[in-house]
Design a protein around this ligand. Sequence first.
Ligand code: ASP
Length: 438
Amino acid sequence: MIKVCKFGGTSMADGLTMRRVAEIVESDPARRFVVVSAPGKRFGGDTKITDLLYETYEDVAACRDTGPAFEKVCDRFRGIVRELGLPMDIEAVLQETRAAILREDTPDFCASRGEYLAGRIMAELLKVPFIDARDTIKFGADGRLDSERTYSLLAAALKGKRRAVVSGFYGEGKDGKVKTFSRGGSDVSGAIVARAAGADLYENWTDVSGFLACDPRIVENPAHIRALSYKELRELSYMGANVLHSESIFPVREADIPIRIKNTFRPEDEGTEIVPTSRYTFGGRVVTGIAGKKNFDVIYLDKSLMNAEIGFTYRVLSVLYKHGVSFEHIPTGIDTMSFVIDAVELKNGVLEEICREIEEAVHPDNLRVIRDIALIAVVGHGMTRSVGTSARLFAAIARAGVNVRMIDQGSSELNIIVGVDNENYERTLRAVYEEFFM
Ligand code: ASP
């Protein structure tokens, strides 16, 4: 049995929590490979090491030298090594790191040093080898993971080791420079290591006991989700349930490796298990979870006989493509079509320009923009099997006095997405939660 364990920023926040991590790892011989994040927040209002390192890069870019943010980084790591009583020459490592930051001179390199230093310290604490992700996780010229090289390099590095620590969050680009994943990307690194190790389980250790059926900031005490399928996870985390990076399922899914979310601070809690859809048991529930996000804009088009006009969608999409704008959903009717787009993509006049170009390209009878829309995704394989789910959903929203602005039932039948005005977001979430979970 091989388990790969990834520990997040709060689990790595200080010496005390790192010692806890070491105890968790050492309590189970199957926990062979450990992937670490950089130290995160120790308390509300604290700053993550990664954020301090991005600030460090700004200092380097502006003044050709590291500044106060890097001093804070050094103090955190000195403190951790002191708390752990490790015989490591942390001063020398920090000196080297500073020189490397000045030499390499990129934001990604700078940001990656949190995981690098945390990994070296954790390896020292566990008395096991450290594997630098730069040597083993490789990206291709397109910026995406070079799976073939990565898996063979990683497998070779892990081979024959009883235990090892791998730094999360980064790898090396085709240009030989360090490249990071997007924020929270150590989850992806953990999944890649799990795949390369041929693990039986990918344990993702964080500071919550798994997934909840709804955002606890909005719904009081939401139900705990014991098991999710990969697909449900993808839908929920894409829509804002951010326990796990939404891209971390791809490496493990291909190899059928289940993920278990565990809480470093309550290791006895069962957590949430994420399994391949084929191995998933429904347990009679209709909806697994509800998630959502605010701030989308919808471009709505109608044109008589749109359905018969060949190339209509193609021409609209060409406009979005030209502006490098990606869309989230395209709900369609016979003569209507809407493009739901994250409002961030449409700032600084981009929306106006796109609308003008769409008018020119397809001459719609009507083009309208609906702004400030929140999307709510109701997710669950169980919905396919039960009659009347949408009736219950929309009745609940109506009882809450909320007007539905948009509906999209994904072709997977795994989720129904409802668009409401931003201001009705919280109210709608609560109403839908009550309907399916209370
Ligand atoms: N340390 C990085 C971040 O804060 C990556 C991670 O923790 O997964 O985003």
